[in-house]
Design a binder for this molecule. Structure first.
Ligand code: ATP
Ligand code: MG
Length: 170
């Protein structure tokens, strides 16, 4: 299914704003900043699976961040790819572990992670889904300075899709 990536991303992020607006006592505070390229770009994804990926990255950003943390979200067009980025101000990931966070059941600090809850499968599933869309997912982090998760997807501009349509009618 072809979807407008910026619109879908904003829609998913708005649900996180609703969570914070109706938050219960004891829940963590956070603020989402958006920098989304206004150019409409189209990606061929399953929207509910894409939502699952962003939900996990956002939930991680919240879970591994201090109370009141800022989460910077971006969508940029770089080298013919739409690049989504979610950057937190949390505890970060040690350099030696950055490539491993996408492995099944991998968790940086077993004791710490157990207290936080979760299975360590979220990012492994996210990687499978993103690769099934022909995309790439990776993490960048300096321990103590937060983490950034990025997803690069091939995209089409609306004009390209109209070309496809007229091809089909011939
Ligand atoms: P699940 O998503 O299955 O509930 P989980 O969040 O522990 O559990 P993943 O989402 O796969 O599992 O993340 C794997 C590990 O990567 C986490 O346990 C954590 O150690 C580390 N990690 C992921 N995101 C962040 C982040 N934003 N900041 C710091 N560490 C992170
Ligand atoms: Mg997770």
């Amino acid at each position: 299914e072809w979807v407008n990536l910026g619109a879908l991303f904003e829609y998913i992020l708005n649900r996180f704003d609703m969570i914070i607006a109706s938050k219960q006592a004891g829940q963590k505070d956070y603020r989402i900043i958006r920098k989304i390229d206004p150019t409409p770009v189209w990606v061929e994804v399953d929207p509910s699976k894409f939502t699952q990926v962003i939900d996990n990255i956002m939930n991680n950003a919240i879970k591994y961040s201090p109370d009141g943390g800022i989460i910077l979200t971006r969508m940029e067009l770089v080298d013919q790819k739409a690049v989504i980025s979610i950057k937190d101000q949390g505890l970060g990931i040690p350099q030696k572990d950055v490539q491993h966070v996408f492995d099944r059941f991998f968790r940086v600090d077993k004791a710490r992670s157990r207290a936080q809850g979760g299975t360590g499968l979220g990012l492994a599933i996210a990687k499978e889904i993103v690769e099934s869309f022909g995309g790439r997912i990776w993490a960048e982090s300096k321990e103590g300075q937060g983490s950034e998760f990025k997803i690069a997807l091939p995209y089409s501009l609306e004009a390209d899709l109209e070309d496809d349509w007229s091809d089909n009618e011939e």
